[in-house]
Design a binder for this molecule. Structure first.
Ligand code: ACM
Ligand code: ZN
Length: 721
């Protein structure tokens, strides 16, 4: 009986493909699967409306067939009254009919067809399942930012990404072309921008860089146009401009010679807003940019421009007075508004990061919201368009512990705060691929598979169903393999949940992907298969290895520290910052340490611009002899050790006695990422309560690239023994 049922299923499967076989990402708005298949081969003909001749050529090249046979036809036809990107694709045994009102609509349909093709190349006849699809995008702005400045990316690589975007129905490449660490676009009037600004001397003395000639850019633009992908160039003002200032020092407030940046972060040297020649430069550069790029929108950056230089510059202060501006924030608004006037005069529109809201938004600017959703909300509520790319969901340069596939899939670009009318100002969203930690060869690993979720968020207007999406992603991998995409993990492959109770740690291991198997070893003892949570009763080293289909799939290592305050209650006199909560109210006594490499690993707690002041309750009078509080420092991320730390003890929780104050001696600008412990040792300390006050340095000092900004304190554990 079983045998016959099996054959029957097989027969049905042959005749009628299941939805799973028609595997599309993003998911179409409407799809109906029919019986049978269209046979594409040397006997297939192609007919098309003359409006679509370029798309027809694209399709011919793609299929590598003559397409002038007699048996069956592919038709690219004009259908009146559809939206720009809307199309109907109707595949029967006899015809493959694609209809749209515009060439862009046809191209979106051609990409659907491309996803329906098998990934094998050695077949004579390609069978395409009979389906009927009606598709159109939810949002008109479906973008990806590619930072080709921190790491230069070859033009062929950029074109490959344009093709990958088109394949997934993304329609905007936001091309980040100027930065502190490299100017990447040739400008005829200012040749030093690429002679000097495109190159940096790395710490090892090597020369790193590259730039795109105007011919390169035209080639990339042609490639994008053919695929109906718009390239929006980003030319940064007034910050992130060190490479330009290194080329032409007169553009800065000080006029001093500086080098093209080699460190990641934010620099205080920005274009001077009091110097008219800066505006001449800005106009000249943007005129050449507009000559090259046909895009309606030009992105002018506007983010992370520290006001330190402007506040200390006579010319900038004079401008503030003359223009009746209130402060340096209004000076930034003045700067951006001048750029906007130039763009508008030339029929273009300005986009800037959400900092352009500070000091007043330029009249018709579009805001790209990145520091959360607030920028987008404020813009939409004041009648401005917005593009959503909050760090919480859209920063694909961040590790998977910050944003994984599922989190991106559940991202909703329209903030709940907006009314229906206000929501119309949300043009769509973008995922951002900043490249500080991603030279070209690592970009695939960070972008894929997360971009599969993003393209579906921005295109499909259907109820979310993660299981369905996840199963389509699994079937999509062979297509990515076929396209040579070196995709990464879907989520952190292995995580742990550690609870300290009754004097023992209970460790649960969490698999980042179903079908994974885990093995673990405590203190280098023999490896065991993980089946259920296990206990650890003393300070230990835990190692875990993951496997998927018997292949290695991720590793994990953790130190568990058992000490006299482990699991004890903490009272926060000053709250920790919401963006870096670590393990919440138990973070400082959870027995878990943060790593040196990744300060976003979830074990650190952050305080921005404030001191840390906490009281630990040890439940009863306890005797101990060491107190050790560990902080992290990485000055380029504005994370600085405390200026000093003081320890106080109490028996009643009210009357505290200071037992030690330690002054920090590590320089604020010490190179690299590192941890530092503030240790106090004394025999027989007796107390129930320990108060720890760590004083922030406050503002970053003059010599820091982001002078004047708030410093962060990052702390992971207070160990008492
Ligand atoms: C940004 O990430 N600085 C826009
Ligand atoms: Zn100035």
């Amino acid at each position: 009986m079983k045998y016959w049922t099996g054959i029957l299923c097989l027969l049905i499967a042959c005749v009628k493909p299941t939805l799973k076989e028609v595997n599309l990402i993003p998911k179409p708005q409407k799809i109906e699967i029919k019986d049978g298949a269209f046979s594409l081969n040397f006997n297939t003909n192609l007919i098309f409306d003359s409006l679509f001749h370029q798309e027809a050529n694209y399709l011919k090249e793609l299929l590598n067939l003559k397409l002038n046979g007699k048996n069956n036809t592919i038709e690219l036809l004009k259908k009146e009254g559809l939206q720009e990107e809307e199309f109907f694709l109707n595949i029967t045994k006899e015809t493959l009919k694609l209809e749209a009102s515009t060439p862009t609509g046809i191209m979106r349909g051609v990409q659907t067809l491309r996803q329906l093709l098998p990934t094998k190349t050695n077949v004579v006849t390609i069978k395409i399942s009979c389906v009927s699809i009606h598709d159109y995008p939810r949002f008109s702005w479906r973008g990806m930012l590619l930072d080709c400045c921190r790491h230069f990316m070859e033009k062929e690589f950029v074109m490959r990404y344009i093709d990958l975007l088109a394949y997934h129905k993304m329609n905007i490449l936001h091309w980040h072309l100027t930065e502190d660490q490299g100017w990447r676009i040739e400008i005829d009037k200012y040749p030093k921008l690429t002679e000097i600004g495109a190159w940096r001397t790395e710490k090892d003395g090597s020369n790193y860089g590259g730039f795109y000639t105007k011919e390169d850019i035209k080639e990339v633009l042609d490639y994008a146009k053919k695929r109906h992908v718009t390239i929006v160039p980003e030319i940064e003002f007034p910050g992130h401009s060190v490479a330009a200032i290194a080329s032409y020092p007169y553009l800065s407030c000080t006029g001093d010679s500086i080098n093209v940046g080699t460190e990641w972060g934010v620099y205080k040297d920005i274009y001077c807003a009091g110097n008219d020649s800066v505006f001449t430069f800005m106009e000249d550069v943007l005129m050449e940019v507009m000559e090259l790029f046909p895009s309606k929108y030009i992105h002018i950056g506007g983010d992370e421009a520290p006001k330190y230089r402007w506040e200390h510059c006579e010319k900038c202060q004079k401008r503030i007075k003359e223009e009746n501006l209130h402060d340096a924030h209004e000076l930034q608004s003045y700067f951006i508004t001048r750029i906007e006037k130039l763009l508008n005069k030339n029929g273009r529109k300005l986009i800037g990061w959400d900092e352009i809201l500070e000091g007043g938004l330029a009249p018709s600017a579009t805001v790209q919201s990145w520091r959360g959703e607030e920028g987008g909300i404020t813009a939409a509520k004041s009648g401005h368009d917005a593009i959503m790319s909050p760090t919480s969901h859209c920063y694909f340069d961040y590790d998977l512990d910050a944003t994984d596939l599922k989190e991106v899939y559940y991202y909703e670009p329209i903030p709940v705060e907006l009314t229906k009318d206000e929501a119309k100002h949300i043009l769509g969203g973008e995922c951002n691929m900043w490249s500080e930690r991603a030279p070209q060869e690592l970009v695939d690993n960070k972008v894929f598979p997360r971009i599969l979720a993003m393209c579906e968020v921005l295109w499909s207007d259907l109820e979310k169903d993660y299981d369905d999406f996840y199963s389509r992603v699994q079937k999509h991998y062979p297509k990515l393999d076929f396209l040579g995409v070196n995709y990464g993990f879907e989520s952190v492959p292995i995580k742990s949940k550690v609870v300290f109770n009754n004097n023992i740690f209970t460790v649960s291991l969490i698999k980042g992907s179903p079908n994974m198997k885990l093995e673990y070893s405590i203190n280098n003892e023999p490896w065991k298969k993980y089946v259920s949570p296990f206990s650890i009763d003393s300070t230990s080293n835990l190692k875990v290895k993951g496997f998927k289909n018997k292949n290695p799939y991720g590793e994990f290592e953790q130190e568990l520290i058992k000490h006299k305050a482990t699991g004890k209650k903490i009272h926060y006199t000053i709250p920790y910052d919401k963006s870096y909560q670590g393990n919440g109210d138990r973070n400082l006594t959870d027995g878990l340490l943060g790593s040196t490499e990744n300060f976003r690993d979830g074990y650190y707690q952050g305080f921005s611009g404030t001191d840390m002041e906490v009281i630990i309750d040890l439940d009863k009078i306890t005797t101990f002899s060491t107190i050790q509080t560990t902080f992290f420092q990485y000055y380029l991320s504005w994370i600085i050790l405390p200026a000093s730390i003081s320890y106080y003890i109490s028996e009643d929780g009210e009357n505290f006695e200071e037992i030690k104050s330690i002054i920090n001696k590590t320089p604020i600008m010490q190179e690299g990422k590192f941890k530092h412990s503030f240790l106090f040792e004394k025999e027989n300390i007796k107390a129930q309560y320990l108060k720890v006050i760590a004083k922030t340095i406050g503002k970053l000092p003059e010599e820091h690239p982001a002078a004047g900004s708030d410093a962060w304190l990052f702390v992971d554990e207070i160990i008492i023994n």
